[in-house]
Design a protein around this ligand. Sequence first.
Ligand SMILES: [Zn+2]
Length: 146
Amino acid sequence: MDTSEPRHEPDHDEPLRDEPDHELIEAAAAVARTRARGDRHTMAAAARAADGRIITGLNAYHFTGGPCAELVVLGAAAAQGAYELTTMVAVGDRDRGVVSPCGRCRQVLLDYFPGMRVIVAAADGPRAVAVGDLLPESYVWEDHAD
Ligand SMILES: [Zn+2]
């Protein structure tokens, strides 16, 4: 019997889940913890730029439809010259942890950065997913622009 034949073993190096960018989560959590105040600023977001930078922001709540933290980050990133964002995460104030993006933000993120990863809240902890997976069969703005 040839004992040199490798037995089939499960590959433990293979990630069982899509590991999120923990540094990014912590950046958003730090802003939520230290800068979120009262009713106006309740959610923080952080994005990883293609060049490695992290850009953070807070939502600007208003009953007329103030922007979510994710959208504030898009503008803040552009203001800093970071036009390519690769990952986004939002964290709630009062230790709410990672919060998945709302429908509007999903659509905006998909249209701005179709290749983006979004860190979402899951039952077993935060998980990074492709933004397109958050909006199956979605409307794509670019397909209708001329
Ligand atoms: Zn939103």
